[in-house]
Design a protein around this ligand. Structure first.
Ligand code: HEC
Ligand code: HEC
Ligand code: HEC
Ligand code: HEC
Ligand code: HEC
Length: 457
């Protein structure tokens, strides 16, 4: 393995909490930021303003600043209503200490300044609580300790920053002059080589979580984890059991920080890595009335990341009989001990069933009164991890399948959202739970001619 590889020194802890306490996640139970694993060199606190001066970078990095301004990273803190409600509820229920775990990834200007001991309701409108993940959050991570997640990194408080952000015009002019004369020290402080060379490991620091006793007063649980299933897939070039490999391995930033033309200081051949971080979050740009970010996210999702094919039709009776109880196993390459062992119940199997497929080439001979089974194939094509990902405990993804007759009247509608799109989702809908990247899942349902399917996320 590459010698610079970040050691997966502490793998997913599965033993009991007491045993692990000796490892001391972060600074251990007595630490200022515990139960977050985050640490600051010199065990110091960092003044809030350090994380709040992204606009001091705007003078020279205007495009990146504007991209970042729209991004989910900017709206990660109490400027995000969903997050704010979660923390208020949590602090009311179990107090402020466990919520420091959340602060390690969501609220740097609050947590690292030592403000998270104050109930957030008292300070929620202060700028510290509205700052989100600014430039300095990511660009001051000096060491990612492992790929355990949980904000398992060291932050460094570079003095250089005080000059960049100074309001004193003379000092500022001097600073700017020095950077232009010799940008090397500026580069070394703000971009550590691992951010470019091991981007996925860098992202894993926040995009992988587990909950443990200090947070839930119960036991160890895996939360979301984009890193391990990326690593185990063909996309990373590191997974041995993938069906397919892309021509070139892809890191998180290859998809989530696409190149955008820019003349910003620091551009590489006229391009910067987009700091808009397109993903799947359409709620935040909608709430912010940020049309360009919303469009970018929708375009990202529709750019061939997933395909849905209404693939085959077969007589319902036959498939019911054959579908008895055979179980097929779908192996995944997800990290051992997690979904690796899960079995997926096959619906069909045993006897052969006459099917008509593929439907884009052959038309099924359907008659009024027929009951048929329709196979819909969902494939994840340009996703480097499970679909859906992220906080899957907090939202649903489902397939919508609508059947109309020759008079365009709806005769079947699975996945309908009641009350004209404002109510609950039809209970019979096919909810999608973890489609493996570069593999297929085949949800199926009964349907009729004139079918249309679309994604709802
Ligand atoms: C006075 C202008 C100026 C200001 C203010 C400034 N930068 Fe820069 N920055 C530059 C220049 C010039 C470069 C390009 C250096 C090069 O390519 O040699 C650069 C490069 C960078 C790089 C890329 C380093 C690399 O190796 O490619 C990062 C990251 C960065 N700056 C972050 C920041 C952050 C964060 C801030 C705000 C705290 C900031 N900069 C403020 C001028 C500035
Ligand atoms: C979520 C973390 C994150 C945040 C927040 C963030 N950056 Fe970056 N930035 C990165 C990463 C990662 C790279 C390197 C990407 C790569 O090379 O694959 C990068 C690269 C850069 C570069 C080098 C040019 C380039 O496009 O590669 C500059 C300059 C920069 N960032 C400035 C900023 C500024 C200014 C802000 C705030 C407005 C900011 N960053 C906020 C993660 C972040
Ligand atoms: C091959 C391209 C690709 C790579 C590589 C990739 N992603 Fe994604 N990612 C996507 C696409 C497309 C989506 C939107 C569909 C979805 O939600 O899965 C997405 C969604 C996400 C989401 C939002 C999840 C949700 O549904 O709310 C996060 C967070 C994310 N990715 C993080 C990462 C991280 C971290 C890595 C690296 C470990 C990574 N991605 C690697 C393509 C990629
Ligand atoms: C300091 C912690 C931190 C780091 C480092 C970090 N992220 Fe994030 N990221 C977050 C948080 C927190 C959110 C969710 C913000 C919100 O919506 O509340 C987020 C959101 C995102 C989203 C939007 C997800 C969606 O549903 O649309 C994407 C994409 C993403 N991050 C990708 C990355 C990538 C790629 C990297 C590495 C280059 C990275 N992040 C590094 C904390 C981090
Ligand atoms: C290890 C880092 C980490 C920790 C700890 C963490 N989160 Fe997150 N959180 C993230 C990332 C990354 C995302 C983005 C995932 C995505 O979009 O798919 C996120 C997304 C969210 C969202 C969805 C925001 C949106 O815009 O839709 C909420 C709400 C949230 N987290 C609340 C919390 C709460 C409450 C806690 C503590 C109990 C917590 N998080 C702890 C990293 C973390």
């Amino acid at each position: 393995m590459h010698s610079r590889e970040l050691a997966n020194a502490r793998p997913n802890p599965e033993s009991d909490y007491a045993a692990r306490q000796h490892d001391g996640e972060g600074d251990g139970p007595e630490g200022t930021f515990f139960p977050s694993s985050a640490q600051v060199y010199g065990k110091q606190k960092i003044p809030s303003k350090f994380f709040m001066e992204s606009d001091s970078c705007k003078r020279c990095h205007e495009d990146i600043y504007n991209q970042w301004f729209s991004s989910a990273h900017h709206f990660s803190s109490f400027n995000n209503q969903w997050y704010r409600k979660s923390i208020e509820y949590m602090q009311d229920t179990i107090g402020t200490k466990p919520s420091k775990w959340c602060g390690g990834c969501h609220d740097p200007a609050v947590l690292y300044a030592g403000l998270m001991d104050t109930p957030i309701k008292q300070i929620v409108h202060r700028p510290e609580a509205q700052a989100g993940l600014g430039c300095m959050m990511c660009h001051s991570i000096a060491n990612v300790k492992s790929t355990m997640g949980q904000a398992d990194f060291y932050l460094e408080y570079p003095k250089l920053h005080e000059l960049a952000a100074t309001q004193n015009p003379v000092a500022r002019a001097l600073h700017d002059f020095v950077i232009r004369l010799n940008p090397e020290p500026h580069r070394r402080v703000f971009l550590k080589p691992f951010m470019r060379e091991q981007t996925a490991e860098f992202c894993s620091a926040c995009h992988k979580v587990h909950l443990d006793v200090p947070v839930n007063h119960y036991r160890w649980f895996r939360g979301f984890n984009e890193y391990d299933n990326w690593q185990a897939s063909g996309v990373s070039g590191q997974g041995a059991r993938s069906f397919y490999y892309p021509p070139k391995p892809q890191q998180c930033a290859d998809c989530h920080m696409p190149a955008e033309a820019s003349k910003d200081a620091g551009n590489v051949n006229g391009f910067v890595h987009s700091h808009r971080f397109p993903g799947a979050n359409t709620a935040v740009p909608t709430a912010n009335e940020d049309a360009p970010q919303l469009k970018l996210t929708e375009d990202f999702l529709k750019s061939g990341a997933l395909t849905v094919d209404i693939f085959a039709v077969s007589p319902a009776q036959a498939s019911l009989k054959a579908g008895a109880t055979t179980q097929s196993e779908l192996s995944t390459t997800f990290a051992v001990g997690e979904e690796a062992e899960s079995k997926v119940r096959g619906e069909a199997g045993g006897e052969a069933v006459p099917i008509t497929a593929p439907l884009n080439r052959v038309h099924p001979p359907l008659r009024r009164g027929d009951t048929v089974r329709v196979d819909v194939v969902v494939r994840t094509k340009k996703i480097g991890h499970f679909f859906p990902g992220g906080t899957v405990d907090a939202y649903d993804t489902w397939l919508e399948l609508k059947g109309t007759d020759d008079k365009d009247q709806t005769i079947f509608w699975s996945g309908m959202v009641e009350d004209n799109g404002h109510g609950p989702v039809d209970k019979g809908a096919h909810f999608i739970v973890l489609c493996r990247s570069m593999r297929t899942a085949t949800p199926s349902t009964n349907g009729m001619p004139g079918l249309r399917a679309r994604w709802c996320t």
